[in-house]
Design a binder for this molecule. Sequence first.
Ligand code: CP
Length: 326
Amino acid sequence: MNVEESSVQFEAPGRLRHFLTTEGLGRETIVEILDIAESFISVGERRIKKVPLLHGKTVVNLFFEPSTRTRTTFEIAAKRLSADVINLSSARMSTSKGESVLDTVKTLEAMHTDMFVVRDKASGTAHLIARHMPPGVSIINAGDGRHAHPTQAMLDVFTIRQYKNDFEPLSIAITGDILHSRVARSQIHALRQLGVKDIRIIGPATLLPTRIEKLGVRTYYDMDEGVADADVLIMLRVQTERMDGQLLPGPEEYFRYYGLSEKRLKLARPDAIVMHPGPMNRGLEIASGVADGPRSVILSQVTNGIAVRMAIMAKLAGDAHRESHS
Ligand code: CP
């Protein structure tokens, strides 16, 4: 476990200061966040979609990498909690003039902002910033390099819990570009802490990290074997932008061996659900008929992202308030 990162993340046992990684989060904290998220689902279904929990707080969305789902759902989540929200992306920031990310965040923090949601292409950026923040200011990792995407993993386990009651007996197959996937790493940590024993990692040898079994998963190079009788199929995007060399066969060959087709889906359990964090490459990792089919919960993942991100922000604000009064 990354002890340093975990100690920065927690103020005191069970009391979150930042949200950087699912590693070492603990079952109790994960379940607490899922339960809070459950209570926020109905907020999105009301005529007035707002609660006052972050009223008077300022949340800054800092995205140094492109994002559709994460950036937008964080903005909606913060607004539903009544926070003031500032959205900044690389093109509009002074980092494009040579300012460091840390100086940019310290500058914004000097404006008495309360929470930063940070995405960056470098692993460790959110952790680095968190170590330099004064008490009362929280950092949320919205994806850093290949390292972690903890809020995506939380919305994924929330979605699994919606469809499958108990985590322990589940067989969960994660297929695709595991090597470059911050999502897979965060999912594995969360699923292990929730008690899932059968986590299968499927992909070509060039896209599976060495020693991934140390995380408590089994690897499969044959997708038909890996998806057999699985309860949950998680497909991952092939991240060509992070590949230096020729790690992949051609697209048709990749789909033939590692794509989720209707035929391959039949090998899983009849009530299996299909997930994808997005963005999807249709026809490369997943067939359109599966992505849009009855077993797909891909759009539920997007909807759930709002409630789960509301829950994480509400817990951080609540824990910071308790800390300042203790
Ligand atoms: N799943 C995910 O992180 O998607 P975006 O890149 O669109 O935020």
